[in-house]
Design a protein around this ligand. Structure first.
Ligand code: NPW
Ligand code: ADP
Ligand code: K
Length: 491
């Protein structure tokens, strides 16, 4: 899986990789520029448009200069705007500058009139991971001005101004797209930076995963290519017992829908048998809405061990029998998935937390997480708290949102790449609970069940919203779960 390397390790990674491969730093920059340009050429919306590339003094600027040369070779109109005297710029910037063809028009920033047509494309190569202080002077002025333009804007590696691992202070380039090299920089995944990064694309520059791992920080980016090996294989003689028997607990007056969604999602994910335990007065609704789900009775819960996995919380309400909750946590010996009111009850009765089976999976959204662990002022703090919580209690903590993070008992953190804003719709989280419970019941380890759950959920959301866009609802996501297997080539 792709490691996320801290920004301050990138130049060490660079030097070590160059030495190992017997290549030069210029070669690596060239790979980055080629990778950027092939992404650029693959997007029809930039075709034949004039390009304005802004290059700072470091290697991010150097990338910009190399990109200027390559795009000019495709006969695009290319304008390059530089901020510093060329002999003050990085070595590879200078090498690339000498290679520029005469068709590239070069301007010094102080001479540039900012006449940029709305149909043009602006490319930001001002600062990359080497930024070490907030923007000031000519850099800040230029970026503030560029942010007022309506044309398409692309950031090279990271929008200039944003530090690779921390929070933005002051101005930064507002990109529609960020093409980041080899791995996403951690700060691109923070909600605080969403309005600056636009869509993120990871451009491969050929550094192998095992090489990156030497500089790893225990943070990983989950991508489509990781999915197949995590899946179990089933065969012609597999029977419904092999696909797991799961129990979902939740639902209360007016909130049975959450159980309908979670249990149907578990079936669509592949569970062989799904039982739902729900308040007696509401059972008929569950049975009618989801006939494939078996309604469980209290006496059946006396032997919890017969269930391969349990998911608890969707639509449960807060008015539940705490003794029942406590005994369930104490008596079930395998990991449990806990969501929604299951988490809210832990927040109001923290003494229950110690009873949760090791390796269980909690899936709070940001509000639920803060109820559980207290308020935080930003995502850096939130991620640290999530990690501390997972390590302290030996649990997996899934912090839901864009780039959902999974914090593990060993301190590792995984960030999901699938999904989109159209999934922010009522019941979408209940679908996720059903999916993770299903994978757990199919015999996946808690980590693999969680990774597969969040990735398939996000992918189902992408497929569901392809046509439905902002009209996407949670049931659409469920309908698309089977297609996620097709998409990933999994039988
Ligand atoms: N392995 C990879 O991933 C590859 C990485 N590559 C690329 O290299 C990029 C990193 O390049 P980099 O290290 O040269 O840093 P970069 O961001 O260009 O700027 C540093 C310069 O800016 C200055 N400076 C800093 N802050 C400032 C401020 N606020 N205001 C003013 N000045 C400021 C600082 O000098 P200082 O003033 O601090 O002495 C220094 O001169 C990376 O993002 C990617 O695009 C690819 O080419 C190849 C493969
Ligand atoms: N902008 C987004 N990008 C990707 N996924 C998102 C986004 N917004 C929400 N989601 C996903 O949708 C789900 C919403 O869950 P939750 O907030 O618990 O909803 P509910 O309580 O309505 O079921 C989560 O899995 C979350 O990761
Ligand atoms: K940049």
């Amino acid at each position: 899986m792709l490691s996320i390397i801290p920004g301050n390790k990138v130049s060490e990674l660079d030097s070590s990789y160059i030495l190992d491969q017997g290549i030069t730093s210029w070669d690596l920059m060239e790979r980055a520029a080629i990778s950027f340009c092939s992404w650029f050429k693959g997007r029809k919306n930039f075709e034949d448009k004039p390009v304005f590339i802004f290059s700072g003094p470091g290697n991010n600027g150097g990338d910009g200069v190399a990109i200027a040369r390559i795009l000019a070779a495709f006969h695009l109109e290319v304008n390059l705007i530089v901020f510093d005297a060329i002999d003050h710029c990085s070595k590879d910037f200078q090498i690339n500058y000498k290679k520029l063809p005469s068709t590239v028009k070069v301007f010094k920033i102080e001479d540039f009139d900012f006449r940029i047509d709305v149909h043009a494309v602006i490319i930001d190569g001002i600062f990359g991971v080497g930024i070490n202080r907030p923007l000031e002077g000519k850099f800040k002025e230029a970026i503030d001005r560029l942010n007022t333009f309506d044309c398409q804007k692309i950031a090279i590696d990271i929008p200039s101004g944003i530090p690779a691992d921390g929070l933005l202070q002051g101005s930064a380039f507002r990109a529609d797209y960020t093409v980041t090299f080899q791995f996403p920089k951690l700060s691109l995944l923070f909600p605080e930076h969403g309005e600056y990064t636009g869509e993120i694309f990871v451009a491969d520059i050929g550094i192998q995963d095992n090489f990156l791992e030497k500089f790893a920080s225990g943070k990983y980016f989950i991508q489509q290519r990781d999915m197949r090996p995590l899946h179990k294989t089933f065969h012609k003689f597999s029977h419904k017992g092999d696909f797991g028997k799961v129990l979902l607990i939740g639902g209360s007056k007016g909130k049975v829908g959450a159980m309908v969604l979670a249990s149907t999602a578990a079936l669509r994910t592949g569970s062989g048998l799904v039982h739902g335990f729900i308040d007696e007065s509401e059972r008929i609704i569950l049975q009618t809405a989801a006939p494939e789900v078996m309604v469980a009775f209290k006496e059946e819960l006396e032997n919890l061990a017969k269930f391969d996995a349990i998911g608890i919380g969707p639509g449960w309400g807060l008015n539940v029998d705490l003794k029942f909750y406590e005994s369930l946590l104490k008596n079930y010996k395998k990991p449990i998935v806990i969501d929604a009111d299951g988490i809210n009850l832990l927040a109001s009765h923290p003494d229950l937390i110690q009873n949760i089976p090791q390796g269980s999976i909690l899936t709070p959204h940001i509000k639920e997480f803060e109820r559980l662990t207290g308020n935080v002022s930003n995502h850096v703090e939130r991620l640290q708290k999530a990690k501390d919580f997972a390590v302290e209690y030996g649990l997996f903590l899934v912090l839901k949102g864009a780039y959902t993070s999974i914090s593990c008992p060993d301190g590792k953190q995984f960030f999901n790449s699938s999904g989109n804003q159209y999934m922010a719709t009522a019941g979408s989280g209940d679908v996720l609970t059903g999916m993770i419970t299903s994978f757990l019941g199919q015999g996946y380890t808690p980590l693999n069940a969680t990774i597969c759950g969040v990735f398939h959920h996000g992918l189902a959301g992408e497929l569901a919203s392809f046509e439905n866009k902002r009209g996407t609802i949670a049931s659409d996501i469920i309908k698309c779960i089977p297609k996620t297997y097709l998409e990933l080539g999994i039988d």
